[in-house]
Design a protein around this ligand. Structure first.
Ligand code: ADP
Length: 394
């Protein structure tokens, strides 16, 4: 069974082709285009590359195209992306202006180009369908909640990967199995051992932290929109809601301009004044740029704040896992986040941490009660697995 997973940006198209026949999980091909101006051509070129590489003879060889869709009104989980689902995504474009419009137009283009191939989306909100009700709420009038003003949570594919993989690495096959079967039986598979408490840190261009109990999420630092929680590369992160009307009045900004600045000029870029990439910010901080250093300090501070929240919600942690571009590659950021937490049984091994990059590793000392781990994420594989399950159950 060949599943193409397409990652759609407003000016980028990236893909991975998986073969999930039998019990195998093989990635057959990966590629992508940046600075895309002609999206239909980019889709044609993607399919041509798959044919040239000998991976498919025709589009009919694709069992499905899978998408890591973000959010839709009234829909979550793994669903067929028919026009109704696309309209439901469109209805929530304003919640994810940096992400949803690209999926809305991209999925429609795929539907035109490969009408005979099922298009299936795994929503980033899917992993949070079972979080406690108190963790879903904001203090707003009920009509706001019903309109969609609630904590949804995002990065579901990545945190689900970490839920499964961390349980496997910690020798908890029962919990790994519950995480694997989450969308089949709503997290009801039996767990034999003591509770397994994992805090997953997806730190990258977008960042979020999730508490996971026995393979099932209890909450996510991303709230109603993927602009919340930790500061992102250029998106704002958590902000007092009264800052928006205040900035509009005090700075004379229109609503559209406020939205643009919160999506494009905020986060690490806005704080540092240097770049939206932590490599550049780090280089500037090392050469004495005070704003760059402050941006890094703030990022670490916010990550610790969310770890604290989930340590309480989970009544401790068995493991804290770092993943994504920053989590997998930036040992100084990991060290900052884990510093001075000995009283909580959290102790980093500085040498192992410094030597760990983009590979699975335990980076805590042997006596640390909480296991600190690096696990490279694989969001596309999670999408492909759920698409396969979806196809097998229709
Ligand atoms: P996205 O969320 O867009 O997929 P990534 O997960 O790749 O992005 O994270 C991007 C961030 O991670 C950037 O700030 C970048 O500096 C950092 N990063 C990514 N890869 C590396 C690397 N190999 N070495 C150091 N930093 C990296």
């Amino acid at each position: 069974m060949k599943v193409l997973v397409a990652n759609l940006g407003s000016t980028s198209l990236k893909w991975r082709l998986f073969d999930l026949s039998g019990g195998t999980e093989r990635m057959l091909h990966k590629g992508g285009f940046e600075r895309v101006t002609d999206y239909p051509k980019a889709i044609d070129d993607c399919l041509a590359q798959l044919k040239d590489a000998g991976q498919i003879d025709s589009e009919q060889d694709l069992a499905a195209v899978g998408f890591k869709t973000v959010i839709a009104k009234g829909l979550s989980g793994c669903v067929r992306l028919d026009e109704g689902a696309v309209k439901a995504m469109e209805a929530f474009n304003a919640i994810a202006p940096a992400h949803n419009p690209a999926y809305v137009s991209g999925v429609r283009l795929f539907a035109q180009r490969v009408p005979q191939v099922p298009l299936v989306g795994l929503f980033e909100t899917a992993f949070y369908q079972w979080i406690p009700e108190a963790a879903q709420r904001y203090g707003v009038p009920e009509a706001w909640f019903e309109a969609g003003v609630r904590r949804w949570g995002f990065h579901g594919a990545s945190h689900k990967f970490i839920a499964e993989r961390s349980a496997e690495l910690l020798g908890r096959e029962d919990v790994a199995n519950r995480a694997r079967r989450l969308y089949v039986d709503s997290g009801k598979s039996a767990v034999q051992g003591p509770p397994l408490r994992v805090i997953s840190l997806h730190l990258g261009g977008s960042s979020s932290i999730t508490g996971i109990l026995n393979g099932v999420a209890v909450g996510n630092s991303l709230g109603m929109s993927p602009q919340s929680g930790l500061p992102h590369n250029n998106r704002v992160g958590d902000l007092d809601s009264f800052a928006v009307p205040f900035a509009m009045r005090a700075l004379g900004l229109s609503l559209d301009e406020v939205e643009r600045q919160m999506c494009k000029e905020g986060g690490l870029k806005g704080l540092s004044g240097v770049s939206n990439d932590i490599r550049d910010i780090d280089a500037a901080a090392k050469s004495g740029d005070a704003r760059a250093k402050r941006a890094l300090d703030f990022f670490v501070h916010e990550a610790r704040r969310w770890i604290g929240a989930y340590l309480v919600q989970l009544n401790g942690a068995d493991a804290i896992v770092f993943t994504a571009g920053i989590g997998e590659n930036r040992s100084e950021i990991r060290a900052g986040i884990c510093s001075d937490l000995g009283h909580l049984g959290i102790e980093l091994d500085p040498q192992v941490n410094a030597a760990t990059r983009a590979t699975e590793a335990v980076i805590s000392t042997p006596r640390s009660a909480v296991r600190l781990m690096v696990i490279p994420t694989n969001e596309e594989l999670v999408v492909a697995r759920e698409v396969k399950r979806f196809l097998e159950n229709i």
